[in-house]
Design a protein around this ligand. Structure first.
Ligand SMILES: Cc1cc2nc3c(=O)[nH]c(=O)nc-3n(C[C@H](O)[C@H](O)[C@H](O)COP(=O)(O)OP(=O)(O)OC[C@H]3O[C@@H](n4cnc5c(N)ncnc54)[C@H](O)[C@@H]3O)c2cc1C
Length: 445
């Protein structure tokens, strides 16, 4: 980390989930002190907790998220491996069935880590709490954001204490009340977009039987319509598998282990043959995600200075595409870059929120478009499709088809999904010509 000059004396981060931890890593060293607050009593090690109930379910960290975290906390990928992460070669170890078929095996040129969500969080928490000037206060719920004269000046805690800071990061997630309250109190005016995606998950962790121990294979199945089901199996720390299966609309995912096994048997033999004799290590957990939501703060008619929302507090999409932690990490990384640029220009902190929100709108907007382009294909996703939907679908179908036959397109598609490539690359060079020729052909037929 290249620190040019400190941006301020004190920064507060409300929420110590993945976004809050990544945010605190971005602020450490750039502020004299960073106070990270969470309403939960955070565990010392790897443990599920109430404030991040989704942590029981499979969490894939995309490559762009890993790279952003690595920039914020150099060596953290090695820490993930030291905590037991499986190393998975994308294209080879990660088997993908989507929109009608298996992707042919290839080497996409990069590895990803595979850990449980509580383990990712524990590694990040250990790293962040060791950073200079960082204090983590647990069991400390934030009641509201304090705004005075158009500037966020701190937070009020549930116990009545007020903490002041030069910059406040809201990382309290989508369902926490802080953003809604801010708007209700008239300190901000922004549109909240909501799309009913109607997705539900069930998850069980298993011990890998001897026969499969050490296997690096993982499975991602998103068969596409008319199918409403999806499922993922990943090897994680301690010789375990995590199996998350899900359904859209009225189709309920399993509610017991027996139902889970029956579901897996019907759904995908390669998953069923692995888990049918495996010892379950957890209760079956369920999670409903009825909506994708985003607070379009980057277009806000009114927004206080010095307030920066990050992660799910800003935007929360269908988790089946595995983007949430990555978006949070990329936003934190962008925040660090903006702070350094402003320090270099001696620009101070006023205006930071606005330039950050533009960047965060772009980062979360990519995830929003990628996920909703897929969600809108399903009848179970409610609401009017945007005017660009038909063209976006034609482009996605063309890319999927090209990926079947052409290694360059297959690896590009993996890079796109992992958010390390941009779809704009399809407009350029030889790839662009090939892509648009195929797209025109598909639209003419
Ligand atoms: C079923 C499911 C599966 C998912 N799978 C993936 C996946 O494969 N890959 C992926 O990248 N993402 C996945 N996600 C999304 C991912 O969990 C989030 O996007 C990501 O963790 C970012 O979360 P966050 O830190 O912004 O919010 P959260 O994880 O919601 O954390 C918010 C934190 O704020 C704290 N808090 C809340 N209110 C207050 C308050 N008033 N005061 C103080 N603290 C407060 C909470 O205790 C919590 O610690 C999945 C989500 C779900 C629901």
């Amino acid at each position: 980390m290249t620190t040019i000059r400190q941006a301020g004396a004190h920064a507060i981060v409300a929420g110590a989930g993945i976004a809050g931890l990544a945010g605190a890593a971005a602020l450490a060293g750039r502020f004299g002190r960073v106070t990270l607050l969470d309403r939960d009593s955070l565990p010392d090690g790897v443990q599920m907790r109430l404030g991040a109930g989704q942590g029981a379910h499979l969490h894939q960290l995309l490559k762009a998220g890993e790279e952003a975290l690595e920039r914020l906390l150099p060596g953290v990928t090695d820490d993930f491996y030291a905590a037991g992460a499986k190393r998975m070669r994308v294209g080879r170890d990660v088997k993908v069935f989507d929109f009608g078929g298996w992707m042919d095996e290839c080497d996409a040129g990069f590895d990803v880590t595979s850990l449980s969500r509580p383990a990712y969080e524990a590694v990040l928490r250990a790293r962040v709490s060791a950073l200079p000037g960082v204090t983590i206060r647990t069991a400390t719920p934030v009641k509201r954001l304090v705004v005075s004269d158009g500037r966020c000046t701190g937070v009020e805690l549930e116990d009545g204490e007020t903490l002041s800071a030069d910059l406040i990061v809201d990382a309290s997630g989508m369902t926490a009340p802080l953003m809604t309250q801010l708007a209700a109190e008239g300190h901000a005016a922004f549109e909240t977009e909501e799309v009913r995606i109607n997705v539900a998950y069930s998850t069980v962790r298993f011990r890998q039987p001897e026969k499969w121990r050490g296997e690096s294979a993982g499975f991602f199945l998103l068969p596409g319509p008319p199918g409403k089901r999806f499922g993922f199996l990943l090897p994680i720390e301690n010789g375990e598998w995590i199996l998350s299966v899900g359904a859209r609309g009225k189709d309920s995912p399993p509610r017991s282990l027996a139902e889970m096994l029956a579901y897996a048997e019907q759904f995908e033999p390669s998953i069923f043959e692995r888990v049918r004799d495996a010892e379950p290590l957890s209760e079956l957990r369920t999670f409903r995600k009825p909506t994708a939501n985003r607070r379009k703060a980057w277009e806000a008619a009114k927004w206080p200075e010095r307030l920066v929302p990050i992660g799910d507090a800003l935007s929360s999409v269908n988790p089946t595409y595995g983007q949430g932690m990555t978006v949070a990490a990329c936003e934190a990384d962008a925040l660090a870059g903006l702070l350094d640029a402003r320090s270099a220009d001696n620009a101070g902190l006023d205006g930071l929120a606005s330039s950050y929100l533009t960047k965060a709108g772009e980062i979360s907007g990519r995830a929003w478009s990628l996920s909703l382009n897929s969600d809108y294909v399903y009848d179970e996703t409610e609401g009017e499709r945007p005017p660009t939907f038909a063209m976006n679908r034609a482009m996605a179908a063309t890319l999927r088809k090209l990926a079947d036959d052409d290694l360059d397109f297959r690896t590009f598609r993996y890079r796109l999904v992992h958010m390390v490539a941009d779809a704009n690359a399809l407009r350029e060079g030889a790839m662009g010509i090939k892509f648009f020729t195929a797209l025109q052909g598909s639209m003419a037929s």
